[in-house]
Ligand binder design. Structure first.
Ligand SMILES: C[S@@+](CC[C@H](N)C(=O)[O-])C[C@H]1O[C@@H](n2cnc3c(N)ncnc32)[C@H](O)[C@@H]1O
Length: 213
């Protein structure tokens, strides 16, 4: 393995370690935040080119299964915005917000927003651990290859709204949370109506937040 390959491998291992640690103990995020931001700031210029053609196929299946179109959608850990673009294309009336910790990712997402989507898409730098949005602001929250902060994402989903988690390479995805673990965390916060999807190498999980939460 050459130096670049070694660096990429270390980056993947770090992402998996961070995911496992933060899902088990969210308070550990403070130890990982700076390095995670630096890792993805560095990757931002090449990120889109690293995505396979079917990277969001499972996410798309989850979106297809939504019973109704969201008015507002949030893509957490949006990177260069590819999943957010997919949401905006799927729901032509929706306002779509993408957030990312890494400023250079947000700059890439803003610069590559297709003109036909730009009037209803915004990207901003924010930490998914503490989001700058009011409770229940979004009928849909998506996470593509992103570390989940369950309390905070639950807070911003509207009652009866949905969340879709997707992992482009299934269990091989560096940032991956096993579906049974996702379900347990979501059930504990009042989510129901789970549905699993497989497409290409990817997987996704859809869940609905209770009406009265
Ligand atoms: C593996 S990339 C996925 C990017 C994009 N969703 C995709 O699938 O192409 C993970 C992204 O999540 C961002 N991220 C990690 N932790 C975050 C946090 N706490 N809040 C916001 N973004 C975060 C990273 O900066 C990175 O851009």
């Amino acid at each position: 393995m050459n130096l670049r390959g070694l660096e990429a491998d270390l980056g993947r291992r770090f992402a998996r370690l961070t995911t496992n640690a933060v899902v088990a103990r969210p308070r550990l995020w403070g130890l990982f935040r700076r390095l995670t931001r630096a890792q993805f700031d560095r990757l931002a210029p090449v990120w889109t080119g690293m995505r396979s053609a079917d990277a969001f196929a499972a996410l798309e299946q989850g979106l297809d299964a939504l019973p109704e179109a969201p008015r507002r959608a949030l893509d957490l850990g949006t990177g260069t915005g590819l999943a957010a673009f997919a949401v905006a294309r799927r729901f032509p009336e929706a306002e779509v917000v993408g957030v990312d910790l890494a400023e250079r990712m947000v700059e890439e997402a803003q610069a590559s927003t297709p003109p036909e989507l730009s009037d209803r898409m915004t990207f901003q730098t924010a930490d998914a651990e503490r989001l700058p949005f009011a409770d229940g602001s979004f009928e849909l929250v998506t996470l593509a290859n992103m570390i989940p902060f369950f309390d905070e994402l639950t807070r911003v989903v509207a009652p009866g709204g949905h969340v879709v988690f997707s992992f482009s390479s299934g269990p091989q995805t560096p940032i991956w949370v096993p579906p049974d673990r996702l379900r347990r965390q979501l059930e504990a916060r009042g989510f129901t109506e789970f549905a699993d999807f497989d497409a290409g190498a990817g997987t996704a999980l859809l869940a609905r937040k209770g009406d009265r939460l």
